[in-house]
Design a protein around this ligand. Structure first.
Ligand code: 5GP
Length: 187
């Protein structure tokens, strides 16, 4: 009875954290119950490379697929947003950057800040000296967005770089997150 109660409490906690966007991987199985001939997939992969998301649970596969075409020059969904071919809720715009609400928010405030010209900046790891100015501009725009959204006293800026960081769109973007107590370390 006590163990059922503990299990219920733990699964409720996991569920409530997942709903708030926290990464909270399932506990690994009891070692004595593992069949070494057929170990569970979770044990075959280093945990630090597991990207989980409350919405899809499949961020890792999506990130790997996106990385395969990252540098082919193929347009991304953000090109359509910049061209206003698909709708987005824009919160800030100037001649160099565009900031809009994330379609799958991980916090009450979750804004993406992107350069209007990708210019090879598929990801931060591809930055070259010529990008220094736009990189500074993006960071300053993130601060303006935080002010506009009323979170300037407590917010986080995130850049996911590459498949191991679960980057899924290969057009550089800053995530501006806030509006709730953010935890550290991130998932
Ligand atoms: P990444 O995983 O590459 O760091 O972040 C990509 C972000 O783009 C994700 O948070 C995802 O929710 C967001 N996103 C993907 N497609 C769309 C879209 O069509 N509209 C908006 N507003 N956000 C999108």
């Amino acid at each position: 009875m006590a163990s059922t109660a503990a299990l219920t409490t733990s699964s409720l906690l996991r569920r409530s954290r997942a709903l708030r966007g926290h990464v909270f991987p399932k506990p690994l199985p009891n070692p004595s119950s593992i069949n070494l001939a057929r170990p569970p997939p979770a044990l075959l992969r280093p945990r630090r490379f597991m990207c989980r998301n409350a919405a899809s649970g499949n961020e890792e596969a999506a990130a790997k697929a996106a990385a395969k075409i990252a540098d082919t020059g193929a347009p991304t969904i953000f090109d359509k947003i910049i061209a206003k071919e698909i709708p987005s809720t824009i919160v800030y715009e100037d001649d160099k950057v565009l900031a809009f609400q994330d379609v799958n928010p991980q916090a009450p405030v979750h804004i993406l800040v992107i350069p209007k010209m990708r210019d090879g900046l598929t990801q931060l790891g591809k930055a070259e000296p010529r990008h220094a100015e736009v990189l500074g501009h993006l960071l300053f725009a993130a601060k303006l967005v935080a002010e506009k959204e009323g979170i300037v006293d407590g917010f986080r800026v995130v850049i996911n770089n590459g498949p191991e960081a679960c980057q899924s769109v290969y057009h550089l973007h800053l995530h501006v997150l806030g509006g709730r107590q953010l935890k550290w370390p991130p998932g």
